[in-house]
Design a binder for this molecule. Sequence first.
Ligand code: PGA
Length: 242
Amino acid sequence: MKKIIIANWKANLPIRSSLVLAKKYSSLSQKKFSIVVCPDFLGIQPISILLKKTNISLGAQDASIFPLGAHTGEIPSSALKSLGVKFILVGHSERRSNGETSEITFQKIQRILAEKITPVICIGENLIQHNQNKTIAVLKKQLFSIFSQLSKEEKERRILIAYEPVWSIGSGKALDADEAGFVCRFIKEFANQNSLSKVEVIYGGSVNESNSDNYLKEENISGLLLGGSSLNFPLFSKIVNS
Ligand code: PGA
C-alpha cells in the first residue's frame, strides 16, 4: 500500500485562500503517495468540486458525535460523507486541549466508522510525559481506552493512528525519525495484539521538507500528518515529490 500524506490546514485560511491553495494542490502530478487534504468545514464543499478530477482525497478535521438531526451547529459524519469525505481527523491534540475528552473522541470514532469513513485517530504525549520517559505508557492508555470499546466488526476496519508528540506540533521541534519509527512500531504491534488488523500508523509534528524523507524511509511509519508545511505549496510539493 502507498504511504499516505495528510495535509491539515487547521483554521489558518480564509475561504478564498483555501480555494487558491486547493487549486495549486490539484496541479500536483505524483503517484508515489496517497494525498489527503483536510480543509476547514467551509472549504470542504467547494474543494470537493475542485479535487474531483484529481487523485487527492478529501478529509475533514473533525466531526460531530451526533447523527443528522436537530443538533444546532453540529457537522455530522454522514453530512461530510455526502461531500465525498473519506478521512476524518479525530482527537487532535488541539481539540483535546480545548476540552475534548477521551469519551467524546471515542463517540466520534464510532460515528465515523459507522459511515464507513476512515478515522485518523491522533494520539501523543506532552512534554512532561516525554521528558519522564512515559511516552509508551501514555500511548498505551490512550489506545486501550479506544481499542477496548471497539466491536469486532469495527476492529476489522481500516483505521489510521497519527502519532503526534504534543510538544512537537507547530513547535519546530521534531522527534528523531528512528525514535518516531520505534514508537509507531509499538503502536502497530499493540493494535495487532488487540485484534486490529488494518491499522496504519503515521507520524506528525513539525515535519518539513528537510526531515520528511527520514520519516518516510522508516518501515513502520506509513505516512505523515502535516500542519504548517501543508500551507506552503512549494514546500508541500517538495515533500510529496521526494
Ligand atoms: P505541524 O502540525 O506540522 O504544524 O507541527 C501537525 C499537526 O498538528 O497535525
